[in-house]
Design a protein around this ligand. Structure first.
Ligand SMILES: O=c1ccn([C@@H]2O[C@H](COP(=O)(O)OP(=O)(O)O[C@H]3O[C@H](CO)[C@@H](O)[C@H](O)[C@H]3O)[C@@H](O)[C@H]2O)c(=O)[nH]1
Ligand SMILES: [Mn+2]
Length: 915
């Protein structure tokens, strides 16, 4: 991990010859955006209101002025439908958002008075309790502020797919939609079943987009022949599946989920052949599934001599930690057509080289390898990355993204379009808040009104140029990288041509389809020397300048002229003169493990290294470069994935996320210090800070959850006896907290149970996984213990929810279990004590019991998970009966184990010095 000294990189590539755009920072605009209640803010509100009105008018008379908020003064003349903006911002209605904002302000004021009271009124006979609780409360208040204010300007968006097709995809004309490369990452075929990956790949190949514009790259970090063979089977099955999807417009286009739908599949279907074809296809899919199962069964036991491929050669990836890079192209122009004779999208298997002694950077490293391979082979200007279990659920998803990316006005500044993560197969009550609804439907909408949502690792369409570490273009004039402003050596880039010309001149395939392409490590060298690229570029001077430039770029992007040349093509396209075989050779070169040495990969370019939550870091970097991102929520969820169902797996996932945040906190990319003076907006920074400091909240949370038990056991409390004024502040604070919650649910449409699950899991995760993450993170910083990326298993499709009830013991369970026990004991002790001491002691007890109750209800789903299903009812009954039994027995015997006398030598017993 880099030192903390080098934090700010004002202009990382200040090379005069490079098309670096100065950052688009407009201080006046930024101030206006964040000075709540200031004059500027009021003006902004006014102009917004005016805009709303004119917008309304425009809708009514159907004129097409650009009203996409980002370009206030862009004057598009009134034009026909095809020239209208492709998307629109929909602010939350003021009747919903204004009360919400008002309550937030009130809450802030009340909080001030609350703390004034708390600080001025220490509890003298329980000073430690008071001090700890006040510190915790201050911390909670601060984390509330970090979480709350990025939700000040929530927005939603609407896309116009019909306008997109009118403009770029007219019928009867060659489509002008931009090409896109799909990335799928997989690592362990046992935890991530090949059938799951196959479904994802099939949903990509069948997506509703021109075939010649899409390519699918699958990264196999496990170098598993099972994955490879699974993909080979998948490519064969795709020849039947893809035309079926397209002919009958079915959704979703992942067969497993399509056939599993419990809806009337004949609804809206009018083609007479459909029923017959569907039946046949279902059969085909079942046969395919069995073939995959057979592969999986075969892969259970590794033969002594390792795996052998069908042609008899040994599988190059037999040693997972030490193997060459492998690439295999399935389908595509020369890989056979579908059963209707149409072309299929390219499907590329990629397993990057692994050697001992190299840091492979987990998923981020895999993604960067794909960025380079795809740049060499297809170089689409956009790419979409998906985890192997996240299939395309809405075949129009890519078009949705293009409504932003290809919009001439909004698009240029957009680095990525993030879709919310949605899940299948979660238990109805979503016990462990797997759906994360609060995050995806509240926080992310809030961020979209500022600088855009954070990147969540999957379901995200990127602009390739934004991943290359460039600053965002200025608002007014989007950059045009035409060749006349470039040194001559770049001329050859222009003859790379775009895909369409390439398609026509495609060369005969030289590789036999079944042969896997890989190369031994010893003689890895660039397949293209600089001279190849410069062929035909006249002029010694310019040539020299070109070489210098080229060298600079190679220092940044690595030693591949083909790759470097590809980075200069803003609109994509590849080298026309090269044969597929030589391109594959180059592709092997760019996935070799030494390739990234001494380059900017993972530091400034591509997916950023240094954290197991590479996603936060990667998005953060782009926002620092002044890009904005877009949050797109189509009616039909764009992508769907799976989530860990049982308690232990879920806690481990949350542990990894929290650990990733702690890693970022201690890295030089910590949002608290990094990137000032760049393009990162203030509230956006708040949100990033929130997303990396939250594991630290686990410490005050743990303390706060222990307090009620201690209070009950000792008979002390964290506040002195409340005066009327004081209880007024307490009450108002409670009411404010409650109302913000309610109003938030109202504008976002999140249901109360989702919201409540989120609260519960915040406590459960907080006192277990986040706490551990903190320790592991510190261990990493102090002792250099490396962190690992444990993938979650993407369950099978066996018995429904059986996963939910599996119980696996892990140390993560200790802290919450102890808390639960302590609070139960506290309740028992408190009640029995009150009974012993007569009527007047019930009043103060009430507050403490409420406090303990708060802890117990938050941990309730945890208790359920602990208890499991087999003896679900009995065990809970047992727990409760133990509780009640002890209360009554204590009452009966009238002994009090915790209080010897009424006025308290208890303090020594609990170990707290409360004075
Ligand atoms: O060395 C590795 C480790 C993981 N992966 C892939 O990373 C993805 C995510 O792994 P998963 O176990 O499903 O993690 P989740 O917690 O479910 O994933 C969320 O959180 C991750 C960050 O921790 C993000 O990378 C993911 O995109 C996001 O969906 C999977 O496709 C893996 O195949 C690799 O390619 N190489
Ligand atoms: Mn996952």
């Amino acid at each position: 991990m880099g030192g903390r000294g080098k934090r700010i990189h004002p202009l990382p590539y200040a090379d005069p010859n490079l098309p670096v755009q100065p950052r688009s920072m407009d201080p006046s605009k930024d101030l206006a955006a964040y000075g709540y209640g200031s004059v500027a803010w009021k003006e902004r509100m006014e102009s917004w209101k005016q805009k709303q009105e004119s917008l309304h008018q425009m809708r009514n008379d159907g004129s097409g002025k650009d009203w996409n908020g980002d370009n206030d003064d862009a004057d598009l003349p009134l034009m026909d439908e095809a020239r209208q903006p492709l998307s629109r911002k929909i602010p939350i209605s003021s009747s919903q958002i204004n009360p919400y904002r008002m309550v937030i302000i009130i809450r802030l004021v009340v909080l001030g008075f609350f703390f004034h009271y708390r600080v001025m009124h220490p509890v003298h006979d329980a000073f430690a309790l008071w001090l700890i609780s006040v510190i915790c409360e201050i911390w909670f208040a601060m984390s509330w502020i970090l979480d709350q204010f990025p939700k000040w300007f929530p927005i939603e968006r609407e896309t116009y797919l019909d306008r997109l097709s009118l403009r770029f995809d007219k019928e009867g004309q060659p489509s002008q939609l931009a090409p896109i490369d799909f990335f799928v990452s997989t690592v362990d075929p046992l935890k991530e079943p090949p059938l799951v990956t196959a479904n994802t790949v099939l949903s990509i190949l069948a997506v509703d987009y021109p075939v010649d514009k899409i390519s699918c790259y699958v990264s196999d970090d496990g170098a598993a022949m099972l994955t490879f063979e699974g993909l080979s089977e998948t490519s064969e099955f795709a020849k039947k599946w893809v035309p079926f999807c397209k002919n009958y417009c079915i959704e979703p286009r992942a067969p497993e989920w399509y056939f599993q739908q419990k809806i009337d599949y004949l609804k809206d279907k009018v083609v007479p052949n459909f029923v017959r074809e569907r039946r046949a296809m279902k059969r085909e899919y079942e046969e395919f599934k069995v073939r995959i199962n057979a592969l999986v069964a075969k892969a259970q036991k590794v033969p002594d001599e390792g795996w052998t491929m069908q042609d008899g050669t040994p599988w190059p990836g037999n040693n997972v930690r030490d193997h060459p890079g492998m690439i295999q192209v399935f389908l595509g122009q020369s890989g056979g057509h579908d059963v209707d004779g149409h072309e299929l999208p390219r499907l590329v298997y990629v397993s990057r080289e692994k050697r001992p002694g190299y840091n492979h950077h987990k998923k981020a490293g895999a993604m960067n390898a794909l960025v380079r391979v795809s740049a060499v082979l297809t170089n689409a200007p956009y790419m979409l990355n998906l985890d192997c279990d996240h299939y395309i659920n809405n075949s129009k998803a890519i078009k949705e993204a293009m409504c932003f990316m290809m919009d001439p006005l909004v698009g240029k500044k957009v680095c990525y379009v993030q879709f919310p993560q949605r899940f299948d197969g979660i238990d109805r009550h979503d016990r462990y808040a797997n759906r994360n609804v609060v995050f995806f439907d509240i926080n992310m909408k809030g961020l979209d009104g500022i600088q855009g949502p954070i990147y969540v690792g999957t379901g995200c369409v990127f602009r390739r140029q934004a991943l290359y570490g460039y600053d965002a273009p200025k608002t007014k004039k989007p950059p045009s990288r035409t060749c006349n402003c470039w040194p001559k050596w770049c001329f050859c880039c222009c003859c790379f041509g775009d895909r369409k010309t390439k398609k026509k001149t495609a060369e005969p395939k030289t590789e036999k389809k079944t042969r896997l392409f890989f190369k031994k490590a010893e003689n890895q060298s660039p397949a293209y020397a600089l001279s190849d690229i410069e062929e035909g570029a006249p002029g010694v001077e310019t040539e020299k300048a070109g070489i210098v430039n080229q060298q600079k770029l190679e220092k940044k992007f690595g030693q591949s002229s083909v790759f470097v040349a590809s980075t200069l093509l803003e609109n994509g396209g590849t080298l026309k003169i090269a044969s597929p075989a030589s391109l594959l050779k180059e592709a092997i070169h760019v996935i070799s493990c030494g390739y990234e040495d001494k380059t900017d990969w993972g530091k400034e370019i591509g997916w950023i290294y240094g954290s197991v939550t590479e996603d936060i870091l990667t998005g953060f970097k782009m926002h620092c470069h002044g890009w904005r991102s877009i949050y797109c929520i189509p009616k039909r969820p764009a992508f769907k994935g799976s989530a860990p169902l049982n308690l232990s797996d879920r806690l481990h996932q949350v542990l990894r996320w929290a650990l990733g945040s702690v890693e970022i906190f201690f890295s030089n990319h910590c949002p608290l210090w990094y990137g000032y003076g760049g393009g990162l907006k203030c509230l956006e920074r708040f949100s990033y800070i929130n997303s990396i400091v939250y594991p630290f909240t686990s410490i005050p949370l743990l303390a706060y959850c222990t307090l009620p038990a201690i209070c009950l056991l000792t008979g002390k409390f964290i506040t002195p006896e409340l005066t009327n004024v004081a209880s007024l502040w307490f009450m108002s604070l409670f009411i404010c907290i409650f109302t913000t919650g309610i109003l938030e649910m109202r504008w976002s449409g999140v249901a109360i149970d989702d919201w409540w699950r989120n609260e519960q899991f915040w406590v459960i995760g907080g006192v277990s996984a986040h706490l551990f993450a903190l320790f592991q993170g510190l261990l990493k910083v102090i002792a250099g213990v490396d962190t690992s990326f444990t993938v979650t298993s993407k369950g099978g499709d066996d018995e429904e929810f059986s996963e939910l009830y599996t119980f696996k013991w892990t140390t993560l369970l200790i802290a919450p279990t102890t808390l639960l026990l302590l609070n139960f004991i506290g309740v028992v002790a408190g009640i029995s004590n009150a009974i012993n001491n007569g009527y007047e002691s019930w009043g103060p007890l009430f507050g403490k019991l409420f406090f303990a109750f708060w802890v117990i209800v938050h941990l309730y789903p945890f208790l359920k998970g602990l208890v499991g299903r087999q003896n679900r009812t009995p065990t809970i009954v047992i727990v409760w009966s133990i509780l009640l039994a002890s209360i009554f027995s204590l009452l009966w015997v009238r002994v009090d184990p915790f209080l010897a006398k009424n006025d308290g030598p208890v303090l020594e017993e609990c170990g707290l010095d409360c004075n």
